[in-house]
Design a protein around this ligand. Structure first.
Ligand code: Z5A
Length: 210
């Protein structure tokens, strides 16, 4: 059986963790082995890097931030993602390399070539079969994530998050064959139905070969 790699992306509070769980449940019900995972923090090393990346109070340089997320991703790919794909499982990751492109690239303004070199090093060229980008405007995202604790990145300005959102949308326009952009501003059920319809349409073998 072929392994598949799906990622969900979007700004904080767009609903991607909720919809990643929904897709995982639907594919498990269809008889697939599913690994639901996330970045940063899916491994033991990743947990420590996540804490450092999101909770450090002192200064963190842009390059250190890029390399921190890259180190988390390298361990994630090596320890979790590649082995599961090798076993023919479906890997669903809540965030992957597009988050680096949007947050560190469009948000922080880090040089694109440098980012792509770090991504290539961390992933060894592994790219998702399908990425679902859940797009919501900032007001909706802020309302949805209002009750969760605020970390170093979540404290960034509205202008930063507008750049990150636009960065994600630009990635969707640039790579429409891989990235499917879904309007996440409707109800939970409406968005869940749109996400599942996209998975069925883009990866018909995923269900057929179950
Ligand atoms: N980061 C980075 O900068 N560079 C990188 O390379 C990587 C990450 C990999 C990780 O934060 C931070 O790391 C993140 C980007 C950065 N920082 N920011 N800002 P995290 O893992 O702690 O959190 P997150 O991934 O940003 O988001 P989240 O808190 O997990 O939220 P979410 O996944 O987008 O949303 P949710 O938890 O699924 O939903 C939020 C609520 O909305 C929840 O109560 C849902 O029931 C509700 N919801 C969801 N969908 C709907 C709809 N359609 N209608 C109504 N309500 C809904």
């Amino acid at each position: 059986m072929t392994g598949y790699f799906l990622t969900l992306e979007g700004i904080d509070g767009c609903g991607k963790s909720t919809h990643a769980r929904r897709v995982a449940d639907a594919l498990t019900d269809a008889g697939r082995e599913v690994v639901l995972t996330r970045e940063p923090g899916a491994t033991d090393l990743g947990q420590k890097l996540r804490k450092a990346l999101l909770e450090t109070e002192g200064p963190v340089s842009d390059v250190a931030e890029v390399l921190g997320f890259a180190a988390d991703r390298a361990q994630h790919v090596d320890e979790v993602i590649r082995p599961a794909l090798g076993r023919g499982e479906v890997v669903i990751s809540d965030r992957f390399a597009d988050s680096t492109r949007a947050y560190q690239g469009s948000g922080r303004g880090v040089d694109r070539e440098m980012l792509e070199r770090a991504i290539e090093l961390a992933t060894g060229g592994l790219s998702p079969d399908l990425t679902i980008l859940i797009d919501v405007d900032l007001a909706v995202a802020r309302e949805r994530s209002a009750e969760t604790a605020s970390d170093r990145l979540e404290r960034e300005s509205d202008a930063f998050f507008e750049c990150v959102r636009e960065g994600f949308l630009e990635l969707g326009r640039r790579e429409p064959h891989r990235i499917s952009t879904i309007d996440g501003s409707g109800s939970l059920e409406e968005t869940a139905a749109a996400v599942l319809a996209t998975v069925h349409e883009r990866l018909p073998d995923l269900i057929r070969s179950a």
